[in-house]
Ligand binder design. Structure first.
Ligand code: HEC
Length: 114
C-alpha cells in the first residue's frame, strides 16, 4: 500500500497547478508553469524516479511535440499503463498536453533537461 500517498501527491499537485489556464496557442514560454509538476520526475539527472520502484524516466526535452502528446493521450485513455503517468495524464486537457509538449520540444527545454 505504499503507492497510495505518492499517487495522491501527484493528483494533489495536478489540482494545485495552474492547468486551467487556457492558452490560444501552444506557447513554450508560458508553459513553464505547466511543467512544474513534471520536473520532479523528468528533471532528475540520470532520469530515474524512486516510485513505484526505481524506474528509468524517459527524457522529454527535445522530443517531438506530437510524440509527447500521443504518449500523454495513451496514458490518459489507458493504452499505456504506468500508474504515475496515468494519474498525471488524467488531469491534463488536450490544451495542457499541447502546451507541455511545446515546452519540451522547444530548444530551451532540450538544454535545460541535461
Ligand atoms: C511521479 C513521477 C512522474 C511525474 C510527476 C511525471 N512523469 Fe512522465 N513519466 C514517468 C515515468 C516513470 C515514465 C515512464 C513510464 C512508462 O514506462 O510508461 C514517464 C513517461 C512519460 C512520457 C512518455 C515518454 C516516452 O518516451 O515514451 C511522457 C510524454 C511523460 N511522461 C510526460 C510527463 C509530463 C508532461 C508530466 C507533467 C505534466 C509528467 N510526465 C510527470 C514519471 C513521471
Amino acid at each position: 500500500m505504499k503507492r497510495i500517498p505518492a499517487i495522491s501527491l501527484c493528483l494533489g499537485l495536478t489540482a494545485l497547478s495552474p492547468l486551467t489556464v487556457q492558452a490560444a496557442d501552444a506557447n513554450p514560454v508560458v508553459n513553464r508553469d505547466k511543467v512544474s509538476m513534471c520536473i520532479g520526475c523528468h528533471g532528475i539527472p540520470g532520469y530515474k524516479t524512486a516510485f513505484p520502484v526505481t524506474y528509468n524516466v524517459p527524457k522529454l526535452g527535445g522530443q517531438h511535440a506530437a510524440y509527447i502528446v500521443k504518449a500523454l493521450q495513451a496514458y490518459k485513455n489507458g493504452d499505456r499503463t504506468h500508474p504515475s503517468m496515468r494519474a498525471i495524464a488524467a488531469g491534463l486537457s488536450e490544451q495542457d498536453m499541447a502546451d507541455v509538449a511545446a515546452y519540451y520540444a522547444a530548444p530551451a527545454a532540450k538544454a535545460a533537461s541535461k
